[in-house]
Write a protein that binds this ligand. Structure first.
Ligand code: T46
Length: 146
């Protein structure tokens, strides 16, 4: 796990999930955006993965993480992220390469409405660990909203 060994019982909510405006360096050759651990996002990056070639109508996610922090970026195209902390829900539309959505632990997320050619890049605070997932919604709600 990452150096941020947050307990699943900490009070993370969808209000903790924020849009992050990233630096955008523009010049005649095009734009450049970068992300720095602990500066633009409140965690160290241990893993990067990306979703791409998502067929129209597909849904990804449908789970929550016990301790993982993530930043989701629509590097290309757009998609919707539905966030749920067991009490409240909100939907965020991502469509800018210089913005990211910070998703804290203990948030159920579903991602859909992918545009053609969309790429969802995710910066994550820890290596892949299946035991960090809640993949059962009622079980998640029992812990998130006891
Ligand atoms: C999330 C959303 C946005 C790995 O082996 N390593 C990895 O780093 C990841 C992320 C997945 N996998 C394996 C586990 C499954 O056998 O890839 C397969 C598909 O994973 P999953 O069904 O979890 O994929 P998504 O798109 O539903 O969810 C993923 C992330 O798991 C999740 O953390 O927030 O993208």
């Amino acid at each position: 796990m990452s150096e941020h060994n947050f307990e699943a019982t900490m009070n993370f909510s969808i209000d903790t999930c924020q849009m992050v405006e990233l630096p955008k360096i523009s010049d005649p050759r095009g734009n450049l955006t970068f992300v720095e651990s602990q500066r633009h996002i409140p965690f160290g990056i241990q893993r990067v993965y990306y979703l791409y070639d998502v067929p129209q109508g597909s849904e990804r996610g449908g789970h929550a993480h016990r301790a993982l922090h993530q930043l989701l970026i629509a590097v290309t195209g757009s998609f919707d992220v539905h966030l749920d902390d067991g009490r409240e829900k909100k939907t965020v539309h991502l469509n800018r390469s210089f913005q990211g959505l910070y998703v804290c632990p203990m948030i159920w997320r579903e991602i859909d409405n992918f545009s053609s050619g969309a790429v969802c890049m995710v910066l994550a605070s820890a290596y892949y660990d299946e035991s960090d997932y809640y993949r059962d919604y009622p079980e998640f709600c029992k812990v998130a909203n006891p």
